[in-house]
Write a protein that binds this ligand. Structure first.
Ligand code: ACO
Length: 321
């Protein structure tokens, strides 16, 4: 029994914020942002548009692509760093939107690696025989937790959602997943306060993303190199067996370094960071959906998904589409 992706979908908020727009907000330039990150624009959620709204659009598109109805779903996992509420989970809010009752539904918090974690978990549910059809989503409104006065972070992030339908199948689908974390790096990338500080105290604190970008960069490049090796070894595959790399979209230079590690031409690496910025848990499924819909990634091809994010967390999923 395999878990196989049978449909993908994604959604981006209508408002596009270009680097020129960003120049009006903080002391930065289009040239600096492009050179250091590859980002030219990002999408920003409208006032009153929340993570569950983005997730619902992406979910409906994935359902349609898979030819499934909402009532076929028996597991919902939403990976998000920016849930709508403290509770219920965004997965439960989405379940209600889709009119589904009774199935397992929960959120996963692994920051930018969230979708890779969620897909690995769905794979285990399906292989254990307890799930037939899972809806797995990465959805974020990162623009709500960036400090719009901090040029070192606000230029990097964007909002969006990506979704996949994963079904039990006799045909090969997900071949392996590799999920890791090391909390000793929490000081390099975090939001320093959360709800356990108390609602009243949180109002007085700067609960925004903080990052030591340079140090994160170095660890990310080394760690993603290692996860590529681990994934290939576990599957007894050579670098040349991988048709497509769908990486977390944090920074074009990190993506290029991972592609080099795989000896992979950039023509076989899906890049959306230029148009989407870093959408955290949404970035991998957004990139996957983009390349499936424009016909680049075809059925039967071998695809490596990988991600790295706050925690630190990191991981990969190797699959046949
Ligand atoms: N515009 C203009 N100048 C800027 C900006 C900006 N937006 N931001 C910083 N600078 C300046 C700095 O002040 C510094 O100036 P100085 O030399 O006078 O002190 C200079 O640019 C260089 O800054 P660095 O931080 O050294 O720049 P770097 O080349 O490292 O690029 C970046 C920064 C893009 C953040 C990079 O380090 C990076 O991409 N890091 C990894 C990010 C990442 O992968 N995060 C993980 C996922 S995110 C998550 O999990 C939520």
């Amino acid at each position: 029994m395999y878990a196989r992706i049978t449909g993908t979908g994604s959604y981006l908020p209508a408002r596009i914020m270009t680097n020129a727009d960003m120049e009006k907000v903080v002391d930065t330039t289009d040239e600096w942002i492009r050179d250091r990150t590859g980002i030219t624009q990002r999408h920003i959620a409208a006032a009153g548009e929340y993570t569950v709204d983005l997730a619902e659009h992406a979910a409906r598109r994935a359902l349609q692509a898979a030819g499934k109805k909402a009532e076929d779903i028996d597991l919902i996992i939403v990976a998000t760093t920016t849930p709508d509420r403290i509770f219920p989970s965004t997965a439960c809010l989405l379940q209600q939107r889709l009119g589904i009752h009774g199935c397992t539904a929960f959120d996963v918090q692994a920051v930018c690696t969230g979708f890779v974690y969620a897909l690995g978990i769905a794979n285990n549910f399906i292989r254990a025989g307890s799930t037939r059809c899972a809806l797995v989503i990465g959805a974020e409104t990162l623009s709500r937790i960036v400090d719009w006065k901090d040029r070192t972070t606000c230029v990097l992030f964007g909002d969006g959602a990506g979704a996949v339908i994963v079904e039990a199948s006799d045909e090969p689908g997900i071949l392996s997943s590799h999920l890791h974390a090391d909390g000793s790096y929490e000081h390099l990338l975090n939001v320093p306060y959360g709800i356990s500080h108390g609602v009243d105290q949180l109002r007085t604190l700067d609960a925004y993303i903080t990052m030591k970008g340079n140090e994160v960069f170095k660890v990310a490049v080394n760690t993603l190199g290692r996860i590529v090796d681990e994934t290939l070894e576990a599957n007894h595959l050579k670098k040349s067996d991988i048709n497509w790399l769908v990486p977390h979209q944090a920074n074009l230079r990190i993506i290029q370094a991972t592609a080099k590690k795989l000896s992979m031409n950039m023509d076989h690496v899906v890049v959306t960071v230029d148009k989407h910025g870093n959408t955290s848990a949404a970035s991998v499924p957004l990139a996957l959906d983009t390349a499936v819909r424009d016909g680049r990634i075809k059925k039967g091809e071998t695809v490596m998904l990988e991600a790295f994010g706050g925690g630190f967390t990191w991981g990969s999923v190797l699959l046949k589409l």
